[in-house]
Design a protein. Structure first.
Length: 167
């Protein structure tokens, strides 16, 4: 009986040390696994180059991250994707602000950009923005950045969206 007691006394510290080693090894393995961050973007333009370069150059791995760019066309759709959890971060503009004004719970981090990343293309007979009066203007999504850009452009020419039809 005495021999059994001494075996139990020696075994307990060894089990504790083994348990501690297993826990520390598991913690190290968890810490070593990169955190995946899905970043949604709504437009295929030069403004997305940093997002594309980070995973391509493996700059994210340096900080224990795994950045996954996800193309979701249109700011409204991208905002909906962020709210549903399909992406972790959304690089979007006006659609997120509209969602927040409608009660969506989001955190918006703004970064001023001095210009819009959009171009206006028209038929050859349209020589000036004012020639659009009474015509139809297409935007990517109403309420999104392309729509806000069209409002800003029209304002520069003392026009509003009421001066034309916006799709």
């Amino acid at each position: 009986m005495r021999r059994h007691d001494s075996l139990g006394k020696n075994l307990l510290p060894n089990i504790c040390v083994l348990f501690l080693v297993i826990c520390l090894s598991a913690a190290r393995a968890i810490a070593a696994a990169p955190s995946t961050i899905r970043v949604g973007y709504p437009q295929l333009n030069g403004g997305q180059i940093p997002l594309w370069n980070i995973p391509e150059q493996k700059l994210d791995q340096k900080y224990g991250l795994d950045i996954k760019p996800v193309y979701i066309p249109g700011g409204v759709r991208l905002t909906q994707s962020a709210l549903s959890g399909s992406v972790d971060i959304a690089l979007t503009g006006g659609a997120a602000i509209n969602a927040m004004l409608s009660g969506a719970e989001m955190i918006y981090v703004g970064m001023p950009v001095p210009t819009y990343a959009f171009s206006l293309y028209a038929r050859p007979e349209i020589k000036d923005v004012t020639d659009l009066r009474g015509k139809t203007l297409g935007v990517i999504t109403k309420g999104a950045s392309s729509n806000h850009a069209s409002i800003a452009l029209l304002r520069q020419y003392k026009m509003t969206q009421h001066d034309l039809k916006v799709l």
